[in-house]
Design a protein around this ligand. Structure first.
Ligand code: PLP
Length: 379
């Protein structure tokens, strides 16, 4: 049965589980000064090297966290607090993940000014407008690498050219799907998530370029170079490392395979009358198909699909509790009713041709039945 909600949650790769297993039972605390502690420490440092290698960084530039939300908070709040003597203005794109938007709101309540960089109808940051928003006292700009909801990939290198302060890039959705090379991106801070590359949940990392200073948010015993207190989740970090090692070897072939499935799925869905693609038609993630079906609600489509064994989502799983139309879809200029009719199909490592065929067989009927019940649909 097609699980096409990889953006919300992905299974952990069996090879990752294998690598983690010994560390669930391992007693060593990485800070302990004895052989068991050293073993745990070595396992963490080995994982750090693997994560760093995936993004072309030095291992000393990787700080492990509990996930992308914490990494985003550490990047935005930690950087702003540490560098506030240089300015109190930050800029985030209008389609950032809610963990960045809310971190920015927190800063606003604490004496900072925040501006949102607008995006065009495909979700690309408008470079001219970004340039005009940046001020002399802007200390940080945050723009995601790719959007998980509409799939649009930003040209970070072009953005880097107009940003003359620190640049944070949330690479949660892009890691393992397209190239994430921190040297090419020119980013100072990069958010990474383990589960998005088929590692365990509850682990992430923040890349902090050498020389960039950030205040810790979690105060404790000085772990992670004093940037993240608390005894490390050794098994989780080992799993993230293994997932990164696999991703480094396999992401190119995997992306190519997914791109073919994605295009077949998108073409088939767009054959349904009054159905439109969200996001950029070309510069999009190889695993993302975001479409809107006019006249019907995304939630009813999700429930109807689920009854047929198909799982997808209406947007960011993390914000779907609010019932507000997605801020991403509003930022690209959709009307409320268009935003509400949107569904994201996200493919992953175990998606197959059969999954796509099954969705394309079921969806036209589901959409037609829901439209027949919709007061908005007059034919
Ligand atoms: N950033 C992006 C782009 C995301 O899509 C998500 C979650 O989907 C996050 C950050 C937050 O990830 P987590 O909930 O794993 O902390």
């Amino acid at each position: 049965m097609p699980y096409l909600d990889y953006v919300a949650g992905a299974p952990v790769d069996e090879r990752v589980v294998e690598a983690m297993l010994p560390y669930f039972k391992h007693p060593g605390n990485p800070s302990s000064v004895h052989s068991k502690g050293f073993e745990a420490r070595n396992a963490i440092e080995d994982a750090r090297t693997k994560v760093a290698s995936l993004i072309n960084a030095d291992s000393s530039e990787i700080v492990f966290t509990s996930g992308a939300t914490e990494s985003n908070n550490l990047a935005i709040i930690g950087y702003a607090m540490r560098n506030k003597n240089r300015g109190k203005h930050i800029v985030v794109s209008a389609i950032e993940h809610i963990s960045i938007i809310n971190a920015a709101k927190f800063l606003m309540k604490n004496g900072f000014e925040v501006d949102y960089a607008p995006v065009d109808g495909h979700g690309k940051v408008k470079l001219n407008e970004l340039e005009s928003i940046i001020r002399d006292d802007t200390i940080l700009v945050s723009v995601q690498h790719a959007n998980p909801e509409i799939g649009t990939i930003q040209n970070i290198e072009e953005i880097r050219d107009v940003v003359d302060c620190a640049l944070h890039v949330d690479a949660t959705a892009s890691l393992g799907k397209i190239e994430v090379d921190v040297q090419k991106l020119g980013a100072d801070l990069v958010t990474l998530s383990s589960n998005d590359i088929y590692g365990p949940r509850g682990v992430g990392a923040l890349y902090i370029r050498k020389g960039v200073r950030v205040n810790p948010l979690i105060l404790g015993g000085g772990q992670e170079r004093g940037l993240r207190g608390g005894t490390e989740s050794v098994a989780g970090i080992v799993g993230f490392g293994k997932a990164a090692e696999i991703a480094e070897k396999e992401w190119r072939d995997e992306a190519e395979r997914l791109r073919v499935l994605r295009d077949r799925l998108a073409e088939g869905l767009l054959r349904i009358e009054d159905t439109f693609l969200n996001g950029h038609p070309e510069d999009r993630l190889p695993n993302n198909v975001s479409v809107r079906f006019s006249y019907i609600e995304g939630e009813s489509i999700l429930l109807s699909m689920d009854m047929e064994g198909i799982q997808a989502s209406t947007g960011s799983a993390c914000t779907s509790k609010t019932l507000q139309p997605s801020h991403v879809l509003m930022a690209i200029g959709l009307k409320h009713e268009e935003a509400h009719g949107s569904v994201v199909f996200s493919l992953g490592r175990w998606s197959s041709e059969e999954d796509v065929s099954y969705v394309l067989e079921k969806l036209p009927g589901i959409v037609e039945r829901l439209r027949m019940m919709s007061p908005l649909y007059m034919k």
